[in-house]
Design a protein around this ligand. Structure first.
Ligand SMILES: [Zn+2]
Length: 376
């Protein structure tokens, strides 16, 4: 009956919950003994191993490892955990889950909460009064949306989980407010997952998307000159979940911007596009890509000269390869770009190396003008 009422009055409740959420008390003033781990670990420079009191490996995972794991998520799971999204109240699948068991990180499998600490908060989000182990959840001040809140993240993979407030029940007085999309439930008796490790940065491409209840997010890679503008406009695409600047198709591992500019690394400035295939197709991404750059310029885009600015489509599988080749052939056949030869390379993707943080969202951060045409 309660569930029926909830269904009937979802819009009202959502509104009420949103107001409650907005009016949620400011984050408790707690000593900042737990802070978010810096995501500075790399495969070459891993963080020193750390084990929690509960006996789990909580060594922060390298960025590439997290990226590879995250790429197997559904679009909603990705939006919540990797872009600090919030799911609508009462919409998550774990709000009313009353089974006994553990809630683990949807990205890396670390146990985060137990059913015996779950309580009915009425907010529409799964709520707990304490974590599985205090060391498994780290806190970070969140000043977003004009509020002071305390964000909670997975200690191992830094995925966004939700927030913690100080209006919870006894014994802790805390309310850990979670997104269902950040969690996976493991019923009592079933083994807790061992640490999930992606074998290679592109390992997800071999994963069977049908093994997920929902359609998994897909990835595409495009090189079309300086990545700042490309990333900016790909990010604006309807159905694009994330766009990341990086380096690809070269022979140097963990390349730096300096190396890519001045050394012969063979890398091209590339934008990784994570998208929801139910909202945008690969073909629409291809169309946008060819609107954003001039594919007839060999190893340059306007003032940027060098093979790191070459035009390229790096495909994650044979299907993308065939589609990209057919699309280029189509452009050629209709004499696009005034019939000038298209020099875009179409190849299978090698490892994607994310660029330094200061390159990400560069146009937004710097407010610089962008010479790339908005394709949408
Ligand atoms: Zn995790």
């Amino acid at each position: 009956m309660i569930r029926l009422l909830a269904v009937l009055s979802v819009p009202l409740l959502v509104l009420a919950a949103s107001l409650l959420w907005a009016a949620a008390p400011p984050a408790p003033e707690k000593p900042a003994e737990k802070t978010a781990p810096e995501r500075s670990a790399t495969s070459e420079n891993p963080m020193p191993p750390r084990q929690s009191s509960a006996g789990f490996d909580i060594t922060p995972l390298p960025k590439e490892q997290v990226a590879a794991l995250a790429a197997t998520l559904t679009p909603e799971q990705y939006r919540v955990t990797q872009r600090a999204g919030t799911e609508p109240a009462f919409c998550g699948n774990l709000v009313d889950n009353k089974k006994q068991g553990a809630y683990v990180c949807v990205v890396c499998g670390l146990p985060l909460f137990k059913s015996d600490a779950k309580f009915h908060s009425g907010t529409g989000w799964p709520s707990f009064f304490q974590p599985f182990d205090p060391e498994h959840v780290v806190e970070k001040e969140d000043l977003g949306f004009g509020m002071v809140r305390t964000e909670i993240l997975c200690a191992r993979c830094s995925s966004h989980l939700g927030h913690v407030f100080d209006d919870g029940p006894r014994p802790t007085g805390l309310r850990y407010c979670l997104n269902s999309a950040a969690l996976e439930f493991v019923e009592e008796g079933a083994p807790l997952p061992t640490q999930r490790v992606a074998s290679a940065p592109n390992a997800h491409e071999q994963a069977d998307p049908k093994s997920k209840a929902e359609v998994a997010a897909r990835t595409a890679y495009f090189a079309g000159g300086c990545f700042w503008g490309m990333e900016h406009y790909f990010q604006k695409g309807p159905g694009v979940i994330d766009a990341v600047s990086g380096y690809m198709q070269g022979h140097e591992d963990h390349p730096t911007y300096k190396q890519v500019c001045y050394e012969n690394t063979g890398h091209a400035e590339t934008v990784k596009v994570v998208y929801d295939p139910t909202k945008i197709t690969y073909r629409q991404l291809l169309e946008a890509f060819f609107k954003m750059h001039d594919p007839t310029q060999l190893n340059r885009q306007g003032p940027d000269v060098g093979d790191q600015y070459r035009s390229g489509i790096w495909c994650v599988d044979d299907e993308q390869l065939a589609e990209a080749r057919a699309f280029v052939a189509e452009l050629k056949a209709k004499g696009a770009f005034h019939g000038r030869p298209i020099v875009t390379q179409v190849e299978l993707a090698k490892t994607f190396w994310p660029a330094e943080d200061y390159h990400q969202d560069y146009i937004v951060k710097t407010g610089r003008a962008c010479h790339v045409t908005n394709p949408w």
